[in-house]
Design a protein around this ligand. Structure first.
Ligand code: MF3
Ligand code: CO
Length: 290
């Protein structure tokens, strides 16, 4: 940690003096660092103005998911979902982050049944009664990123699939309860992991969440299978996603060799995911997207 003069302007851009802004917090973080913990670098921490901008992006992000909720159903193609995401995002003055991201060809991810994540919208893929589908929307507004995904159940779905969808949402809500300063990402991960296991499900290990706000994907990588007291220390100003992928069967996944994107369960059994963006506040957590 570099030494900053107590009367110099704070590194966070608030315009306040360091001593009356982040100095005490930095000293506390340094104590954890000396104990060997992983601590967040300054460049991923957001100040009040940054959070305000991410919230504006989040308003669009959630409005897009609301619009998807109003049109999705049996007979709808995943391309039609992409069309709605693209149009509503543009109408609200924002940009869909997935389009052209590392070569991704569409504006949203649509992941049906055994597709774990990164399903590519396609005019030939038509939703049918009994499907469960994750729609993952990522939004850029005025340079600030927000990210969330929801599950949609198409018509009547089997009790097993319904349970998977509901337990996965419960996992996210439980995860949120562990988000507060001086907890660790592993504290959050462990409540999610245990809830999934208690219900007979498994958590995907290889793919996780991420810091978000200034970029689409920032530090830290967020696992949902790690142990309490491990992984990055949570401090005010951190913004990251809670987006566990929960599988009915094995946690193992495959990536489609042809398109290079579509992630499927190795055993072909269903998978579910919900995604929230959360901010660590002075005394707890604020949910920015859900
Ligand atoms: N939205 C996904 C996430 O939650 C990332 C999708 S990357 C894309 O992190 F390129 F497929 F869009
Ligand atoms: Co995400």
């Amino acid at each position: 940690m570099e030494k900053i003069d107590r009367n110099a302007p704070c590194w966070c851009g608030s315009g306040k003096k360091y001593k009356s802004c982040h100095m005490n917090m930095d000293n506390k973080i340094h104590m954890y660092e000396l104990q060997g913990h992983i601590v967040p670098p300054h460049h991923i921490l957001k100040n009040a103005e940054d959070i305000r901008k991410i919230k504006e992006s989040s308003v669009v992000n959630m409005a897009v998911l609301d619009a998807v909720g109003n049109m999705i159903g049996p007979g709808v193609s995943t391309q039609e979902i992409d069309d709605v995401v693209s149009r509503v995002t543009k109408d609200m003055g924002a940009i869909a982050a997935p389009l052209n991201y590392e070569g991704y060809p569409k504006s949203v991810c649509t992941s049906i049944n055994e597709v774990v994540c990164h399903g590519i919208p396609d005019p030939n893929v038509i939703l049918k009664e009994g499907d469960i589908v994750n729609v993952d929307v990522s939004t850029i507004l005025d340079g600030y990123f927000s990210d969330s995904s929801r599950m949609y159940m198409i018509g009547e779905v089997s009790p097993e699939k319904r349970k998977l969808v509901e337990v996965t949402k419960e996992c996210c809500d439980l995860g949120v309860t562990m988000v507060k300063p001086w907890n660790f990402l592993g504290d959050m991960a462990d409540v999610i992991h245990r809830h999934a296991l208690e219900n007979g499900f498994n958590v995907v290990i290889d793919i996780g969440g991420h810091g978000v706000g200034f970029e689409f994907h920032e530090e830290p990588f967020v696992s949902y299978v790690t142990k309490p007291g491990t992984e990055m220390l949570m401090v005010p100003g951190m913004v990251f996603t809670i987006e566990p992928m929960i599988n009915m069967g094995t946690s193992a996944v495959t990536i489609d060799k042809e398109d290079g994107w579509t992630v499927r369960t190795a055993d072909g059994k269903p998978s579910a995911q919900w995604e929230y963006t959360v901010a660590v506040t002075e005394d707890g957590c604020e949910i920015l997207t859900r």
